[in-house]
Design a protein around this ligand. Sequence first.
Ligand code: FES
Length: 280
Amino acid sequence: MSAPATDRNAEQHDNGRTGVFSSTRAQLSARTLRTDRWWIPPVLTAIGLGAFVAYATVRSFVRTAYWVEEYHYLTPFYSPCLSDSCVPGSSHFGTPFPELPMLVPLGFVVLPFLLLFRLTCYYYRKAYYRAFWLSPPACAVAEPHSKYSGETRFPLIVQNAHRYLFYAAVVISLINTYDAITAFHSPGGFGFGLGNVVLVVNVVALWAYTLSCHSCRHITGGRLKHFSAHPVRYWIWTQVSKLNTRHMQLAWITLGTLVFTDFYVMLVASGTLTDLRFVG
Ligand code: FES
């Protein structure tokens, strides 16, 4: 993690080096002068993101316990379910696709967009650049890489697609909202239980995360020369800006609500847990 001394010496003869190895940077042999436990946040981030990716990957592929027919609970990892492989009733938008091989997750239409939306998110970039790429692992801690091109070249230039993925995320949030509304169901008609609370909390959190996106902030209030001439956009931008200050927290909260929602639906769908019903 520290800048090797040999590299630092060589740097004096190599003006092509960038980042902490640049000749304009202070020549320190120490990895960092920080004395606090700066490594804790990147380690926790790596554990948290790694656990989510492992759970989401397994659940997206297993094709079991993702739909509660009795109460119309559908886990967000399988929404929308658009193929003949989906269990009857779980396809809220029809089945335009035929049977899918087991290697294809049933949520294959939106999962890539969801993944890319989060991967290119400004907060997650910071999180995984630090936790996995160590670039840098923390403030004032030298990164191990001798070259730095930022996000100006492939593959990282793809990060700039985030503004377009935001629109996909809005559509996906609308689909999740539809699922949550559809779930107010019981065998006799209208009804709701603890599962509805779980689904609604998840959808509210997803909207808060999506609308707190930096791209959303730019879409609502960017490129305006005079806020006074656009009072509605200014008001929306103000609200989005308030949410935006909580973007990191919302990023983590939604990982938690997604996992919890899926886990709850799985328990009810598999018969491990009986849904606590308030009505119907
Ligand atoms: Fe995080 Fe857009 S910046 S979702």
